[in-house]
Every structure is written in C-alpha cells, then in structure tokens.
Design a protein around this ligand. Structure first.
Ligand code: 5GP
Ligand code: ZN
Length: 113
C-alpha cells in the first residue's frame, strides 16, 4: 500500500530495529516504547485492521499467533507479557496496518486506559 508506513518498513524504505522476520511476518521495536520491551508484530501483507481480516487470512494470522511465544522467548519475556491490538477510532489505532503490540519486562497495569 503506497503511503502505509508499516508497508514501507516491510519494504525497508523506512528503517526499523528488526527482532524477527520471515516471509510472512515482521517484528520490530516500537518507536515510542511503553514498556522496557515493546515490539510490534505485523503480517507483511497489508491488512488495515482487525476489522479488515478476511477468511483468506486465517492461515497467515494463525501462523503469526504461533510465533508470538518464540518472539517473547527471544526477548526474554519468561515472566509473561501482554499482546495488544488497537482497532479503529475507539481502540485508538493510529497506524492503519494490522499490528500486535507485544509488551513486557515490567508489571503491566489492568485495565488499560
Ligand atoms: P497503534 O496506536 O496504531 O496501535 O500503534 C501504532 C504504534 O506504531 C505506536 O506505538 C507507534 O509508536 C508505532 N510507530 C508509529 N510509527 C512508527 C515507525 O515509523 N516506526 C516504528 N518502529 N514504530 C512506529
Ligand atoms: Zn501496510
């Protein structure tokens, strides 16, 4: 997608601090971390939000979910972590390319604001 910053990160047009990458997904450090560990896990395919997930995305997103524990282990999150998706206006989604925040290395509060 032409003006999507996360597609540009996938295409390496915008630099990022990559944690994990394969042919289907990318994980990189968030620019403004909200916890000692704060990374974003995204499908390389442009999907705008959770609201735009299609039947055909089942394998891709199932695959992404199986990788979360491996990325968490790689980042030393053996004491737990939080996986977050913000969707739409009320969810305060600011980047319109599906992404999951993986946060950890501190005791997180609940509920989020
Ligand atoms: P959202 O509010 O959409 O769930 O989260 C978007 C996240 O993307 C924010 O945490 C923000 O800090 C991060 N972000 C926005 N632009 C960039 C960027 O160019 N590079 C990186 N690494 N993170 C970004
Ligand atoms: Zn995109």
């Amino acid at each position: 997608m032409g003006d999507c910053i996360f597609c540009k990160i996938v295409d390496k047009e915008i630099p990022s601090n990559v944690v994990y990458e394969d042919d289907r997904i990318l994980c990189f450090h968030d620019l403004e971390p909200k916890a000692p560990v704060h990374v974003l896990i995204i499908p390389k395919k442009h999907i705008a939000s959770m609201d735009d997930v299609a039947e055909e995305d089942q394998d891709l997103l199932g695959y992404l979910m199986t990788k979360v524990k491996d990325i968490a282990a790689q980042l030393g999150l053996e004491n737990g972590y939080r996986l977050v998706n913000n969707c739409g206006e009320d969810g305060v989604q600011t980047v319109q390319h599906l992404h999951f925040h993986l946060l950890g290395k501190r005791k997180l509060t609940w509920p989020p604001g």
